[in-house]
Design a protein around this ligand. Sequence first.
Ligand code: OGA
Ligand code: NI
Length: 423
Amino acid sequence: MVATSSKQLDLETDKDSTYDRIAELKAFDETKVGVKGIVESGVTKIPRMFYSAKVEDYTETSAKLSLPIIDLQDIDTNSSLRVEAVDKIRSASKEWGFFQVVNHGIGVEVLDEMICGIRRFHEQDGEVRKKLYSRETNTKVRYFSNGSLFRDPAANWRDTISFVMTPDPPSPEEIPAVCRDIVIEYSEKVRALGFTIFELMSEALGLHSSYLKELEPADGQFLLCHYYPPCPEPELTMGTSKHTDTNFLTILLQDQMGGLQVLHKNQWVDVHPVHGSLVVNIGDLLQLITNDMFASVYHRVLSRHTGPRISVASFFVNASPHGGSKVIGPIKELLSKDNPPMYRDTTVKDVYARYFEKVISMKRSARVSELEIDNPAQWSTKKVKTKEISNEADTCMAENFVIPRDANTTKDICIEFIVSGKR
Ligand code: OGA
Ligand code: NI
C-alpha cells in the first residue's frame, strides 16, 4: 500500500515486521558521509528513517509577520541610538524570543566566507569527510549527521560539523584546512558580538551592562555548522525538527536559501534571510535566569527541493567542569513580591545530567504510552503549554526535555539538549 501520510506510515511501520529501523540507522551512520552521501548516491526517494510526523503540523504559517530587525549602528557613540536598540531588544526578547541584527560590526565578507568555508567542508570528497565523522561527544571538532540519531523518532535531512571554541579551543590543526582560518576569525568576531548583545540585554533588564557577559556559565561558545542538502521529498521530512535551544543565547548565520521558521503566537513565521544580518535567539537558560522576562521559543527548519542550505549556529553556554558547576537561577535583582522566582536554582551541569537520567526514561515511557506523555501531571506547565500549541506526534523528545518539578514555588524548564556538540 502506498502510504500518503506520515502518520499512516508510522502505523504501517509498526505493523511491518520486515522493517528494521535500527538496522537502517546503523547502516546510514556507518557510511560516515551523512545525508549528503545519500544525495550523492542519486536517490529520488528518501529512506524511511527520515519520515517525520512533523510535516503534518497544521499550525498556520503566517506570511504577514516578520521578525524584528534591530540596527546596532553607532550604539557605542550615540546614547539615544543605544537606548532605542535596548528598547527594541527588550520587546523582541519578550515577544518573539528572536530578532535579526544589522550593522553589528562583522563584515559581510566574513559572513560570506564562513558560509563558503562550511560549504567547502561538506562538499569535499566523502573519503575526506569520513575521517572526521564521530559520535564521540567530547571531541572538539567533529562531523556527524543527526546528533541524536538513535534517540529521535525521525532523522532530519541535515549534516553538521561542530566546533567547541571556548573555554578550551581546539588547536588550529584540529580544524579542517578548508575552513580553518575563517572558523577561527568568525568565532572570535561572533564571541565579541555575543558580549555586545549580552551588554544590551543586561541594560534591557535594568542590570549593570556587564552582568550577563560576566556570568561564567554563559561564557562558553560552540558552533554547529549545518549543511541541508536538497531533498527529493521535502514533504516527508524536516531539515531540523521543532526545538528550543538549551543555552543562554544563540547567534545564527544563515545563507539566502530560507527555511528557518519561528513559532510566534501559534503561527510559524519565516525568518527571511537578510544578507549581512545575523539572527539572535534566547535559549532556555536565559529564559530561566530572566524569570520568563525573555522567552525561549520553538523554531525549526523545513527541508526543500532546492539546496544546499548552510547555516552556522553559535551557542553561548559554558558546560566546562568549572563554569558548568556554578549555580544559576532567576536573577535576584529582577525578583520582587509581584515577580517571585518561577524556577529553582540549578547548574548547567545539573540540567544536562538530568536530561540523561530522567528524560531518556520519560521518553521511553512516552513511547510506551502516548497518554503518559499527554498527561499534564507528567509535565511542567511550560511543556503542557507548548504541547497545546502544537500537537505534533514526534517533537524531538531527545532534544526537548523537562527538569522534574521538585519544589512548589518553582516550575520546570523545557530544555533542548545541546552541549559540547552533543545534539
Ligand atoms: C540550531 C538551529 C537553525 C538553522 O542549530 O539549533 O536552530 O537555521 N539551527 O540551521
Ligand atoms: Ni535551534
